[in-house]
Design a protein around this ligand. Structure first.
Ligand code: HEM
Length: 183
């Protein structure tokens, strides 16, 4: 058994080593970047479909939306979640010690779930309609995902950088003050 596993079993806190932590942080930032990028593409396709009078452009937007949203977003969201959890658990921050980490966890889980549960049915229907050239469909509900998702992701980015609000339970972080997170 590796020493890291033995440390955790013995109740000692486990830390990611310097280089490994940097590598995981790079992957975390890459997943955040791709997730935000996919949101931008989703916004361009959605608002182009709403604004255009050209039927072939609209049909193309409907079909491409399915390609660039559901699975690419799910994979980015999962990669972000896994690397974020590793960074949290393998550092002084922990998974449930600081408000900013917990709120990010909730945002990540919420958005990843919404992609599969709320976005997928609508996008699948649009792709079918795009293929059948049946384009008379109200797109009112489709404006929310490209607004809500990047807004919440930017909230998570701001939380990551400013690390506000301190500890969830005062005095739980051994050997640290509630401002430790700011260092
Ligand atoms: C919701 C999507 C997320 C976004 C947009 C996001 C964004 C970021 C960004 C931009 C950083 C770099 C901050 C810096 O180096 O100054 C970062 C680091 C970090 N993230 Fe996330 N993150 C997300 C999800 C998560 C999740 C789910 C967790 C854990 C539960 C997490 C935990 C962390 C930790 C521990 C760091 C390292 C902070 C540091 O060492 O300064 N993140 N995140």
């Amino acid at each position: 058994m590796s020493s890291a596993v033995l440390d955790v079993a013995a109740g000692k806190s486990w830390r990611l080593g310097g280089r490994t932590r940097k590598a995981v942080l790079v992957l975390h930032l890459a997943s955040v970047g791709s997730w935000l990028g996919l949101d931008v593409v989703m916004a361009v396709l959605t608002f182009t479909a709403i604004g255009t009078d050209d039927e072939s452009t609209k049909a193309l937007c409907f079909r491409v939306l399915e390609l660039v949203t559901i699975w690419p977003m799910t994979i980015s969201g999962l990669a972000c979640l896994v690397t974020g959890v590793l960074l949290a658990v393998g550092s002084k921050y922990g998974l449930t010690k600081y408000w900013w980490v917990v709120v990010k966890l909730v945002i990540n889980l919420l958005l990843s779930t919404l992609v599969l549960i709320a976005l997928r049915p609508g996008v699948d229907e649009l792709a079918d309609r795009g293929e059948a050239n049946d384009l008379a469909v109200p797109l009112n509900d489709m404006i929310f995902p490209p607004i809500v998702s990047p807004t919440l992701l930017m909230v998570a980015v701001v939380l990551s950088v400013f690390k506000p609000w301190g500890l969830l339970r005062k005095g739980k972080a051994t050997g640290s003050s509630s401002r430790e997170h700011a260092t």
